[in-house]
Ligand binder design. Structure first.
Ligand code: HEC
Ligand code: HEC
Length: 213
């Protein structure tokens, strides 16, 4: 159980407990909301038994450890912890614990992100949505107030190889989970627009040395 608790700590406060692998100020928990238990915020519940699985980006079958390494190299703008590192072992123990009731091979109903109709985002409209709905927490400079309010662009944010750097994925994340104090109030078009705006802003570069992740 101690290793599961350590895994949850790393998940909730990644820069603090796994700092050597993190290049920004994001925790897993900033995207995988409520310690990885919120539906449609890519939850960890009932996930462990789905691995090993085929990964489109990698082009081959990956383990749960590989998938976590991928989020370190991209979403955390850092570097992948080795499979036998204490940090990786603790995170895997935590995800397995959240998957303890899984019926083998069956995904959690709230897995991944919501499906949105494909729309074209407009960054000019999105700038106004951001000012009205997001800047109060994430700042007009996108920097937030880490670790409480995460950065959405700039040096403390995810890099340009991250899943969240896909405007469609961000729109799907945002429409279900943001604004954090009244989620579900944006239209699909507003979610695409604000995501298009955020994607015009600078962020860390993905390190191609980690292209296998
Ligand atoms: C900037 C946001 C962000 C951060 C920070 C982040 N992730 Fe992710 N993660 C994502 C997105 C987006 C996906 C893909 C969701 C999808 O496409 O369904 C994902 C997918 C995953 C998956 C696969 C989920 C599935 O359903 O297949 C795992 C496991 C995972 N992340 C673990 C982690 C861990 C552990 C950390 C912290 C070390 C972390 N992530 C940090 C955004 C993030
Ligand atoms: C009331 C404060 C608040 C508002 C308003 C808000 N957010 Fe967030 N946002 C958060 C917090 C806190 C998190 C971390 C996850 C959590 O705890 O819910 C987060 C996480 C995120 C993330 C994933 C982590 C990251 O930094 O990349 C994105 C993307 C995001 N918000 C975008 C938006 C957008 C777009 C809007 C406006 C439509 C918005 N947020 C409005 C507080 C807020």
């Amino acid at each position: 159980m101690q290793i599961v608790q350590q895994g949850k700590k790393i998940f909730d406060e990644t820069p603090k407990y796994a700092g050597q692998y993190v290049g920004n100020k994001l925790s897993c928990n900033d995207c995988h909301i409520q310690s990885g238990t919120a539906a449609y915020a890519a939850p960890m519940i009932d996930l462990a038994g789905l691995f090993p699985m085929y990964n489109k980006r990698a082009g081959h079958v990956i383990s749960l450890q590989n998938r976590i390494q991928e989020c370190f190299a991209r979403s955390e703008a850092g570097r992948p912890p080795a499979e036998d590192s204490p940090e990786m072992q603790a995170l895997v123990a935590y995800v397995r614990w959240l998957s303890r009731d899984q019926v083998k091979g069956r995904p959690y109903p709230g897995r991944g992100l919501v499906k949105l109709p494909p729309l074209e985002g407009d960054p000019v409209r999105g700038k106004a949505v951001y000012a009205r709905e997001c800047a109060g927490c994430h700042g007009s400079d996108g920097a937030g107030v880490p670790p409480v309010l995460p950065a959405v662009w700039g040096p403390d944010s995810f890099n340009d190889g991250a899943g969240m750097n896909d405007p469609n994925k961000m729109a799907a994340f945002v429409i279900h989970n943001m604004p954090q104090n009244h989620p579900g109030t944006l239209t699909p078009q507003e979610a695409y627009d604000v995501s298009a705006f955020i994607h015009t802003m600078p962020r860390p570069k993905f390190n191609p040395a980690y292209k296998n992740y």
